[in-house]
Design a protein around this ligand. Structure first.
Ligand code: BGC
Length: 735
């Protein structure tokens, strides 16, 4: 598939945008993410080398969160004794360009400063190696239009930006190596080697308490480039546990070789994964930016690891994994990189222990997965997850103990993986236990309050939950949660049947205990008794018991009631709580997932009802509305939702701070949601699972009017296809 060069560019220096650009220009390789900040930035401008899957608690009053490594990209320039750095020398900037090349996975920066003698230009290019996971590389070059004496201080900065830190309580610093050590014993080591070029007159190393710096002095001639290239390695004491093949620091690697490898990796990647949208360059760039972004956080180096809700852009949301992975991101990996999809699910297999413990702690059976998951399924969500802006007091929230739909997302992920890849191995590598324990969990949540008349069935309900719309807490019969619980029961039956068949052929696969036969029988009885969603005369499904009785006001009206723009809208004191205004797609998500069970009119009626009442206060919302709009055959209404999802980290963010807490960072669920909209919504892919041993692929396209053709590749059941869709033709070819 032919593709244009994909580049994201910002011209002119904007000091205020440092938090946003750190996210927008992110590079990464799944092992770590590196924020797109300037080389000379210290911790106050939020640079970060954020590591996947390694966490620490700094003190009991703080939150557990992921770790940022000592930063090996730190560099500062001095020319004839004058510091030329951002933001300090912003008034001297005469040219500034900030670029992310998606085609080659390299971050570029070019800044020209005007000094009393002339112009000095810094150019850098840097990347996180996609082929050597622990490795980062940078080339930093300077050219001046006059002769000068220059110094570059280039080193490893151990004064890292933390949200709930500091995490390193001690440091080991030697020449070009900084190790930060946490009280827990977890340590992170960054080592680096600078190779200067140009007329180097002196080079010395200064080691501080937390940092090591190379001072490289140059006698620079007008127009002649000088600077350094650097290869750096980031390693943690948990590499052996997490990584498939932990790498040792290898300073024999050369910058140019690594850069060529990097370009080749991305070239190959785009050959398979580029999505072409003819007729809409903006949408094409935004979607492929989302695809690039998913790829740089994909844990390809690991056996079992998942993607945090804010990717690897920092410690926002504690670096924790949410339902975002299975419900929003997983489809991209299933269709493009099934191995990584399995790695994501194996993370949940490893997390089963934590989920069983959480269920036990909260008084349930089975597996209650962590709302904000850390390694081994540890629950990272605090019971007081929001701070009241007026009193500064922590507010009791119910995200972790009542947002019970989390476990259904895991089972749903398993279902999507096995049916679309045709690979059932995950079930026998712990996945079946996960599914069964999720079913046991929902069984223990069922209640029967309504006494049936003699002869009529009981009605099983789920009370006291938080649905995807987090603003209304402790509600009963949330339509989404109930349907997902029922889905878990249905899929458990399906998975047990698959297992039985496979075990017949190979009994050593799984020890099918008698209790599973009893579970099957129980589930069969229970499924028909689950309470149906309540529907009003217009076909609108009530989000939860009593929702329609709440005050019916507009989102703007609710917003106008805020006394402080940073106030939390949800919870019993929140402005949205007494009203029908919701945070994000809830009933709509349910309809998008189970679309085959509903008439188009019902879906449209619910869209019409819920959309004006939705704040879209979560980046997970727009894509679900957009999907349902496609299913209702109104793709031009879906289009803005698509752009909103795909461009979430490209355009200026709506909210970066909640009180004093940074909540910016990247939005992987939104990228995954945009991808789902493209493939399932606009292209209308349907994979119908096996009936009588056969499955089928079909399309029901709904392209926006101005799109001419959509082309992409995908892998289903181990076969790779190319797909081309226009307004009047679908071409599907095995490749
Ligand atoms: C949303 C959740 C989501 C989380 C992480 C919250 O704002 O309400 O649904 O899982 O962010 O993205």
């Amino acid at each position: 598939m032919s593709m244009k060069k994909l580049v994201i560019t910002e011209m002119n220096y904007n000091k205020e945008a440092y938090a946003h650009f750190g996210t927008k220009f992110l590079i990464g390789n799944g092992y770590m993410g590196v924020r797109g900040t300037m080389e000379e930035y210290g911790a106050e401008y939020m640079p970060a080398v954020n590591i996947a899957g390694v966490y620490n608690l700094a003190s009991p009053e703080k939150w557990r969160e992921s770790l940022n490594a000592p930063n090996p990209f730190f560099a500062k320039l001095f020319v004839d004794g004058e510091e030329l750095s951002l933001p300090n020398s912003a008034d001297k900037v005469v040219f500034h360009e900030h670029k992310l090349c998606l085609t080659c996975g390299i971050h570029f920066r070019k800044t020209t400063f005007k000094t009393a003698k002339g112009n000095v230009t810094i150019e850098t290019q840097r990347f996180a190696s996609m082929t050597n996971f622990n490795t980062l590389a940078i080339k930093y070059s300077v050219v001046s239009d006059y002769d000068c004496l220059s110094k570059i201080v280039s080193g490893i900065d151990g004064v890292v930006w933390d949200i709930n830190g500091p995490h390193f309580t001690s440091f080991n610093v030697t020449d070009n190596v900084v190790t930060g050590i946490c009280d827990s014993g977890v340590s992170v080591t960054t080592s680096a080697k600078d190779i200067p070029f140009g007329d180097v007159t002196n080079s010395k190393i200064e080691n501080g308490e937390k940092s090591t710096m190379n001072e490289l002095s140059f006698s620079a001639k007008k127009g002649v480039e000088f600077g350094f290239s650097k290869i750096a390695f980031v390693q943690t004491s948990l590499d052996d546990k997490i990584s498939k093949e932990p790498r040792k620091a290898n300073f024999l690697l050369k910058y140019d070789d690594l850069r060529n490898e990097q370009k080749q990796y991305w070239e190959e990647f785009w050959k398979n994964s580029f999505v072409s949208i003819e007729g809409d360059e903006k949408a094409e760039i935004a979607l492929n930016y989302s695809i690039y972004s998913l790829q740089i956080v994909a844990p390809r180096h690991a056996n079992a690891l998942s993607i945090p809700a804010r990717g690897l852009s920092g410690q926002v949301y504690k670096g924790a994994v949410f339902w975002d992975t299975e419900m929003f991101m997983l489809d991209y990996f299933i269709l493009n990189d099934p191995k990584t999809a399995k790695t994501l699910l194996k993370y949940r297999v490893d997390g089963l222990k934590g989920a069983l413990e959480k269920a036990d702690r909260e008084g349930y059976n089975g597996a209650f997965y962590a709302w904000e998951s850390h390694e081994d399924g540890i629950e990272a969500c605090s019971k007081f997850n929001v701070t009241d802006v007026f009193t500064g007091r922590a507010v009791r929230t119910y995200f972790d103990d009542k947002q019970v739909h989390i476990s259904s997302a895991i089972a749903y992920g398993m279902k999507k993986y096995v049916s679309m890849t045709g690979d059932y191995s995950i079930l026998f590598e712990g996945g079946l236990d996960v599914v069964v324990e999720c079913a046991n969990f929902y069984l223990s949540l069922l209640t029967s309050r309504i006494f049936p008349k003699a002869g009529s069935p009981r009605k099983l309900e789920i009370l006291d939950v938080v649905g995807p719309d987090e603003y209304h807490e402790r509600v009963s019969n949330n339509a989404y949660t109930n349907r997902m619980a029922k889905f878990v029961f249905e899929f458990t039956l399906e998975a047990l049947n698959i297992a039985k068949k496979a075990i017949k052929k190979n009994p050593s696969l799984y020890p099918f205990p008698e209790s599973l036969n009893a579970l099957k029988a129980g589930l069969k009885k229970i499924i028909p008794d689950m309470i149906d969603p309540k529907v009003n005369k217009d076909g609108v499904i009530e989000q939860f018991d009593g929702y329609f009785d709440l005050e019916d006001v507009s989102v703007d009206e609710v917003r106008s009631r805020l006394k402080d723009p940073r106030e939390y809208w949800g919870g019993s004191n929140g402005v949205a709580y007494p009203t029908q205004v919701i945070k994000q797609a809830d009933v709509v998500t349910m309809l998008a997932i189970f679309k085959d069970e509903f008439e188009k009119e019902t879906m449209q009626a619910n869209l019409d009802y819920y959309e004006p009442r939705t704040e879209h206060g979560s980046s997970l919302s727009a894509c679900m509305y957009g999907l349902l709009q496609c299913f209702c055959d109104v793709p031009d209404c879906a289009y803005p939702m698509f752009l909103k999802s795909a461009e979430v980290d490209i355009v200026a963010p709506k909210k970066l701070w909640a009180g004093g807490i940074y909540i910016g960072g990247s939005h992987p669920a939104s990228w995954g949601g945009a991808y789902q909209m493209l493939v399932y919504g606009f292209a209308g892919l349907k994979h119908n699972t096996k009936t009588k041993g056969k499955s089928s692929i079909s399309f029901d396209p709904h392209l926006p009017k101005h799109w001419k053709r959509v082309s992409f590749n995908m892998t289903i059941e181990g076969k790779k296809y190319s797909v081309k869709i226009t307004h009047d033709k679908v071409e599907l070819n095995q490749i």
